[in-house]
Design a protein around this ligand. Structure first.
Ligand code: NAD
Ligand code: TYD
Length: 343
């Protein structure tokens, strides 16, 4: 039996992980996959609609900070693997309100780690981020041994959870692996992040807000490549180790915005340079030699193909993002589950 508990599985990366895992795309046997998600503004159960009737799948609405609920869940499910995606994930929101980030990312992770210790799970995979390393100058790359130097409340809270997971390995011998991935794009991403926001604003003929000079650099990776790497680390990574995940695809923000406009045949006059994000990290770039050499993982999607298929996904799934924009997606849970799973 292989029983998975996936936290944050109604969010962008988690939902892609669940859908592709159950579709056999990660090549792994899944006997049971339970998703726990609090359905915050970023959690969208509609993203998982196609697997609701899969007998291996179950959805539980709960907050990972709620130790009692997590205890009931772990005692009942006795998962082999916990894949931990749940987090407050948006840097801008962390600047306007850091508390939720500490609560979910730090405290929520501690609650899960305690549950994993108690119930003797086989492995806990902590989905962390390259943002824990802080910002790079014009040259150089993050390696797994780079100093942890987070800049935003988001990245500081992720560094807290990432280091806490490693501490549970070091102190208690819990089997923990940590992945630190660069910026993801792809289907089902909440349209507050750069790429979906720009696609949707361009489609609506609205202004495209570019922070500062638009020359901040991120190493963009397709979400399916990220999740393939997560699965590889879960199955083959060494306990207590950190694995960077990246794509060797450094792009200044403004180039991405211009590519999106060009793909959609929209004018560059829609671009608006706006006040920069406070403390904005200038450049992220990932050295992923370790996962490549040790686990034989390599990204498969080029940015050209990945960005173009992502834009097409938003074009073909207007219903999904219009319901996100209007807030209607939040009714889905009640319609789908009624009172059945509440509390
Ligand atoms: P997301 O915001 O789209 O999804 C987060 C999910 O977690 C949502 O479904 C939300 O409802 C759920 N959640 C939030 N608080 C919760 C709580 N207290 N209890 C239970 N569920 C809760 O985020 P994402 O972009 O899918 O990111 C997933 C993970 O990957 C996060 O840990 C993030 O830090 C990490 N990560 C993201 C990126 C990226 O580019 N998006 C890159 C590297 C790492
Ligand atoms: P984002 O998608 O928020 O991810 P992160 O902050 O975790 O890297 O932002 C990616 C880059 O795009 C980042 O440099 C900030 C910039 N950005 C804009 O210029 N305008 C926007 O409206 C947003 C959301 C982001």
């Amino acid at each position: 039996m292989s029983k998975y508990l996936v936290t944050g599985g109604a969010g962008f990366i988690g939902a892609n992980y669940v859908l592709r895992s159950l579709a056999g795309k990660h090549g792994s046997v899944i006997d049971r996959m339970v998703v726990v998600d609090a359905l915050t503004y970023a959690g969208n159960l509609e993203s998982l609609a196609s697997v609701h009737n899969d007998p291996r799948f179950e959805f539980i609405k709960a907050d990972i900070q709620d130790a009692e609920s997590m205890e009931v869940l772990m005692a009942k499910e006795q998962p082999d693997y916990v894949v931990h995606f749940a987090a407050e994930s948006h840097v801008d929101r962390s600047i306007s309100g850091p508390k939720a980030f500490i609560d979910t990312n730090v405290v929520g992770t501690q609650v899960l780690l305690d549950g994993c210790r108690k119930h003797g799970i086989k492995r806990f995979l902590m989905v962390s981020t390259d943002e824990v390393y802080g910002s790079l100058g014009p040259t150089g790359y993050f390696v797994e041994t780079s100093p942890i130097k987070p800049s935003s409340p988001y990245s500081a809270s992720k560094a807290g959870s990432d280091l806490l997971a490693l501490a549970y390995h070091h102190t208690y011998g819990l089997d923990v692996v940590v992945t630190r991935c660069s910026n993801n794009y792809g289907p089902l991403q909440f349209p507050e992040k750069l790429i979906p926001l720009m696609i949707i604003n361009a489609l609506a003929g609205e202004a495209l807000p570019v922070y500062g000079d638009g020359m901040q650099v991120r190493d963009w990776i397709h979400v399916w490549d990220h999740n393939d790497a997560v699965q590889r680390v879960l199955e083959k990574g060494r306990a207590g180790e950190v694995y960077n995940i990246g794509c060797q695809n450094e792009q200044p923000n403004i180039n991405i915005v211009k590519r999106i406009l060009s793909h959609l045949e929209k004018p560059e006059s829609l671009i608006r340079y706006v006040t920069d994000r406070p403390g904005h990290d200038r450049r992220y770039a990932i050295d992923y030699t370790k996962i490549r050499k040790e686990l034989g993982w390599n990204p498969q999607q080029t940015f050209e193909e990945g960005l173009s298929s992502t834009i097409d996904w938003y074009l073909n799934n207007r219903d999904w993002w219009e319901r996100v924009r209007s807030g209607a997606y939040r009714e889905y849970y009640t319609n789908q589950y009624g009172q059945r799973l509440e509390g």
